[in-house]
Ligand binder design. Structure first.
Ligand code: ZN
Length: 423
């Protein structure tokens, strides 16, 4: 908890990997991510990018070595234009896109998923794509991607926005369909899938006190929770780890996404440095760009540091672009995450000592699956004597697991009732 992790890099990595996963979940073949795969493939090369024009009309030109398909669309708040293209190797001068011209404040580009690159334009204000096309090589010029931006007022900009929700729903539906199809051979199972994620593991002990490590406490709890909810027969349960191994944060998210999980529950235990006094009780966290308070922010930083402890190299992760995919899917997921967090609190508070502010939010990387409702539960403080006594008590664990299982039932009750309707 001592070192402050590079939040930007962490956030970017989380987003990027989530984007890559979204791609994988969409069922494209051979979504290999390794450098070997990248080196062997013969991707189009972008050799130059430039802007021309003024604040009323601005043109973007990307030089390529061959023609490519593209899909351009606007996004609001902040004003942006996104261009989806196949995976492209960008051989652009350092700093390209960092300063803009006319309607373009800046632009970013990069790989967002295996096989797919993206260019994102940050606009100075509302603008529409007046024209977009690929030019053939001609007159000594290479093939080019050209976009022409034109200033419009906000209402016209808003009219030009794509219907994001249906397309996201479609993407999720096809991802789910792919998963179901893949599972059909070993007997399809339509029960909701719940991912339980005991934090830390292996090299990464998490917090510790009096010889008790967070990684062991939360593993024991996670396994007990699994047993409890499996017993009902209503759900499938997958664990991100079942023993003392290190699992990178993104792989935890990947488990949830690749299996089209209906719920992701990450289990942790907190600790407060002595100089910061004492705190006690369980807290339920949801994802937010802005931490709900300083303690939530401190905790997210500490939890996000797990990869650094486990030796995952974050410095090589490109950080640009990937926020876009998140924008599309996460709004709806957020509503479900918050609903589950509230249900969990109302069940837990009946049996478990809760923190004085039991519902909080912050930028936990492990909660970033854009289409899986996700919460992170800090069961209590290992730094607090009373909490630690609870955390190691089997009786306390059974009660707490029971209230979590009830919250899960409440969360899915409506859905299961609907699914179970006779026709
Ligand atoms: Zn933790």
């Amino acid at each position: 908890m001592a070192n402050r992790a590079n939040h930007g890099a962490l956030l970017g990595c989380g987003l990027l990997c989530a984007a890559a996963l979204m791609f994988a979940a969409a069922g494209r073949p051979n979504a290999s991510e390794g450098p070997a795969a990248a080196a062997s493939a013969n991707y189009p090369v972008a050799s130059d990018a430039r802007l021309a024009g003024d604040a009323r009309q601005t043109r973007f030109i990307l030089d390529l070595d061959r023609k490519i398909e593209f899909h351009a669309f606007p996004l609001a708040d902040p004003y942006r234009v996104v261009v989806d293209i196949p995976q492209v190797t960008f051989h652009l001068a350092a700093g390209t896109g960092s300063s803009g011209r006319g309607l373009v404040k800046a632009f970013r580009y990069g790989l967002v998923m295996p096989g797919g690159s993206r260019i994102v334009f940050d606009l100075t204000g509302p603008a529409r794509i007046a024209n977009s096309y690929i030019l053939e090589a001609a007159n000594g010029q290479p093939p080019r991607l050209v976009l022409e931006f034109e200033e419009v007022d906000r209402s016209r900009f808003v009219q030009s926005l794509p219907e994001l929700k249906p397309s996201v729903a479609d993407a999720n539906a096809s991802a789910a369909a792919t998963t179901t199809a893949a599972k059909a051979s070993d007997g399809s199972d339509s029960r909701p899938l719940i991912v339980i994620d005991p934090g830390h593991g292996g090299l990464d002990n998490g917090t510790q006190s009096n010889g008790e490590t967070e990684k062991n406490l939360v593993l024991g709890f996670g396994l007990a929770l699994r047993d409890r909810i499996e017993k009902s027969g209503k759900y499938r349960v997958v664990m991100t780890r079942t023993d003392d191994t290190f699992v990178p944060l993104n792989d935890r998210v990947k488990v949830a996404r690749s299996q089209s999980a209906a719920l992701f529950v990450s289990i942790h235990a907190d600790a407060l440095p002595k100089r910061e006094g004492d705190a006690q009780g369980a807290t339920i966290y949801t994802l937010s760009d802005k931490a709900s308070d300083a303690e939530a922010e401190r905790l997210a930083d500490a939890e996000n540091k797990a990869d650094a402890i486990g030796g995952v190299n974050l410095s090589e992760e490109p950080t640009e672009v990937a926020d876009i995919l998140i924008d599309l899917a996460q709004r709806e997921t957020k509503t479900f995450s918050n609903r589950f967090a509230r249900l969990l609190m109302s069940e837990m508070k009946a049996t478990v000592r809760m923190h004085k502010h039991p519902l909080k939010s912050a930028g936990f990387r492990v909660l970033k699956a854009p289409d899986v409702p996700s919460v992170l539960v800090e069961l209590g403080y290992v730094s607090n004597k009373g909490d630690l006594e609870h955390l190691v008590s089997e009786n306390w664990r059974n009660k707490t697991v029971g209230s979590m299982a009830q919250a899960i039932d409440a969360f899915f009750a409506k859905r299961l009732a609907t699914a179970g309707q006779p026709r």
